[in-house]
Ligand binder design. Structure first.
Ligand code: NCD
Length: 371
């Protein structure tokens, strides 16, 4: 079949490349979503977010069944919305879920996927992220999925590669700034838990984000997505991890988890990101790991006591309430193993929804401005 991309050179700007509009379910999102990049959610409108989420829902509805059908007799053939496209993962920071999820999402739409991580690239030889990105772009890739420890890295890459190569950039986590696909998949999971997949109207829902909000790009994207969709967001944690200043993002702040645990519909629990505190990882102690001097918390035991989700604390939650975690979970710190694996946990559902959301983001961004 005709490829969505028929370019003769990697240098042809996006607008001039021949491309088919999205063949995704129902052409959803086409028209509303016009951005070539997904760099963050803070300036994305509720309508645009809903366009992505609705498209993800269509992929979810049909996708899993179709993926199974495609392998069986009478197969309608694999999805081809991104056939002929090349998506490169540029991960300069560790990742399990996000990288695999983007790879799978791109492959499910028929794209070719390239993988580069900091352990096997010339980053370690002193090459700048701009140079690495420009070199990969010059090979003729269509999208770069970028994770980097510096806030603003994905936007910097977008500026470096879009003008000359017409390459789409998707932010897979930049420092403490944003992780937009995680924000959207968290919103999707909440929508799915409360039967809001029809309109993603979250009015009347209250969500607590508990933990190291100050270091968390996930929290920033979550706050942007959830408040835009109409939910009330309360950030909870000790003052150094959840400073009052976060309220400028449109959420409430409290340092008392027990005050809000019984009134929220969802709790999104975050890992303590010691690697971003400058004090390093906790050291082994007699009664478990001990935070190092200079860390934002003095004792992991005390933290678990005040802010960890235990079975006892979870028993005070609303009957329908759900527990999310972007992963990786430190069992015994932010939640006990029993809670992580318990009835209220939708952690593995989040992982599944992540694929549909990333399919939607790649499809919409790669087709934006091409028809
Ligand atoms: C998070 C990240 O890297 O931002 N994980 C993820 O992408 N699923 C959160 C974390 O590292 O704690």
């Amino acid at each position: 079949m005709a490829k969505a991309r028929e370019r003769s050179s990697a240098n042809v700007p996006r607008g001039r490349r021949a491309a088919k509009p999205s063949t995704g379910p129902g052409g959803l999102g086409v028209g509303v979503w016009t951005r070539p990049h997904m760099l963050g959610l803070q300036d994305v409108t509720p309508e645009e977010m809903r366009a992505v989420l609705m498209k993800a829902r269509s992929f979810e509805d049909e996708g899993h069944a179709a993926a199974r059908r495609d392998r069986g007799p009478g197969s309608a053939g694999p999805r081809t919305a991104l056939a002929g496209f090349v998506v490169a993962n540029l991960f300069f920071e560790d990742s399990t879920r996000t990288r695999m999820s983007f790879s799978l999402a791109a492959r499910r739409l028929g794209a070719q996927v390239l993988d580069l991580s900091s352990t096997d690239s010339s980053i370690n030889k002193g090459e700048t992220i701009r140079d690495t990105a420009a070199n990969v772009a010059a090979m003729g890739v269509d999208a770069l999925v970028v994770r980097h420890r510096a806030s603003g890295a994905a936007a910097l890459v977008a500026r470096a590669v879009h003008e000359s190569f017409g390459v789409t950039v998707v932010n897979a986590g930049d420092g403490k700034h944003e992780h937009p696909t995680q924000g959207l998949l968290d919103a999707y999971t909440i929508g799915s838990s409360f039967h809001r997949l029809g309109d993603f109207d979250f009015r009347g829902l209250r969500v607590a984000i508990v933990g190291d909000v100050a270091s968390s790009r996930v929290a920033r994207s979550d706050i942007a997505a959830l408040t835009a969709l109409g939910a009330e967001v309360i950030c909870v944690g000790p003052p150094r991890l959840v400073p009052r200043g976060l309220e400028v993002l449109g959420c409430r702040v409290t340092h008392d988890l027990d005050e809000v645990i019984g009134i929220v519909d969802a709790v999104n629990v975050l890992r303590i990101q010691f690697e971003r505190h400058g004090a390093g990882k906790p050291e082994p102690g007699l009664h478990g790991p001990l935070a190092k001097p200079g860390s934002a918390i003095s004792s992991l035991r005390e933290y678990a006591e005040l802010y960890g989700l235990s079975v006892r604390r979870v028993a005070r939650m609303k009957r329908e309430a759900v527990i999310l975690h972007p992963g990786p979970i430190n069992r015994g710190v932010e939640m006990t193993a029993a809670v992580a694996d318990g009835d209220k946990s939708v952690v593995l559902k989040q992982v599944g929804h992540g694929i549909a959301v990333r399919m939607a983001v790649l499809d919409l961004c790669l087709h934006a401005g091409r028809d």
